[in-house]
Design a protein around this ligand. Structure first.
Ligand code: ADP
Ligand code: MG
Length: 260
């Protein structure tokens, strides 16, 4: 093979979309020469850089698509402040095996104990494991289903919501559902059942879901599917926000909690 000039090589790498190798070409070739790499090692080094760049891009895109309300990660979660959570269980969930199986994960507990924090942090780990994620609140999810239903686009909406491998529904139970909304939510859960995983956070215990859905029959049907392959974590204790305030002397004593 005849010698190829730099610009031609750059053109080829662009055409092949090997942009990390293209952008770092000279330094990668220098590194290979300096370290006396074999041909095979050099190819491996180039592949490694390209894969790292593609993974990085994929994660940035997937995080945008997931629509997390803000960034939270597991490193930022203070497990010592929350002894009702088993860190080992969270680490296991962070491997996303439950997502691969299409299981449900329920994070239950009073306000401020870290349910949304863990939901977002786990969602980000799931994206790192190469799965698609969509985050929504129960309220906006139901509003979108009701709207789609009234516009004759329910099927389209359900298909959209069935697509991500993990659907996170935050804050179920803050507002009760009307019967129509509960039924639409049931259709969504049925659609995703055993296909896609769901992570639901709620300030209500499972026993109270009858009143959340305004209909014990629909609530039972929903729970039947969700609990079939599920992981339920009940977080107890005081609000982390209030705890921080209490520490700084703004509040005097513990406030009563629903799950205590
Ligand atoms: P919930 O969804 O249960 O109401 P959040 O997850 O929104 O609670 O937590 C409230 C705030 O406190 C958030 O900013 C969250 O990051 C923080 N927080 C809660 N628990 C912890 C914790 N154990 N370690 C670090 N930050 C926490
Ligand atoms: Mg929350």
């Amino acid at each position: 093979m005849s010698a190829v000039d730099h610009d031609t090589l750059v053109g080829w790498l662009t055409r092949l979309k090997l942009t990390a190798i293209r952008d770092q070409l000279d330094s990668l070739l220098d590194e290979a020469a300096r370290s006396d790499l074999t041909m095979r090692e050099t190819v491996a080094l180039l592949c490694e850089r390209e894969i790292a760049r593609k993974d990085e891009r994929r994660i940035i895109m997937a995080l945008k698509i997931a629509h997390f309300p803000h960034a939270r990660d597991l490193e930022g979660f203070d497990f010592e402040a929350q002894p009702s959570i088993d860190p080992q269980q969270i680490r296991e969930l962070a491997t996303a095996r439950w997502v691969a199986h299409g299981d449900a994960l329920l994070l239950l507990g009073p306000p401020g104990v870290g349910k949304s924090h863990l939901a977002i942090a786990l969602g980000r780990e799931v994206i790192r494991q190469n799965y698609t994620v969509l985050f929504t609140t129960a309220q906006s999810l139901v509003a979108s289903l009701v709207k789609a239903h009234s516009e004759g686009r329910l099927e389209e909406r359900l298909a959209f919501l069935a697509k991500p491998k993990l659907l996170i529904v935050d804050e179920l139970g803050y507002l009760p559902f009307d019967p129509n909304a509960a039924h639409l939510f049931f259709q969504l859960v049925s659609r995703r059942y055993e296909r896609g995983a769901m992570l639901i956070t709620s300030n209500r215990s499972v026993g109270e879901w009858g009143s959340v859905f305004g209909d014990p029959v629909v609530a039972t049907a929903i729970l039947d599917r969700l609990l079939h392959h599920s992981h339920v974590i009940t977080i107890r204790g005081d609000s982390y926000r209030l705890r921080e305030k209490r520490r700084s002397g703004l509040l005097q004593k513990a406030t009563p909690t629903l799950f205590a």
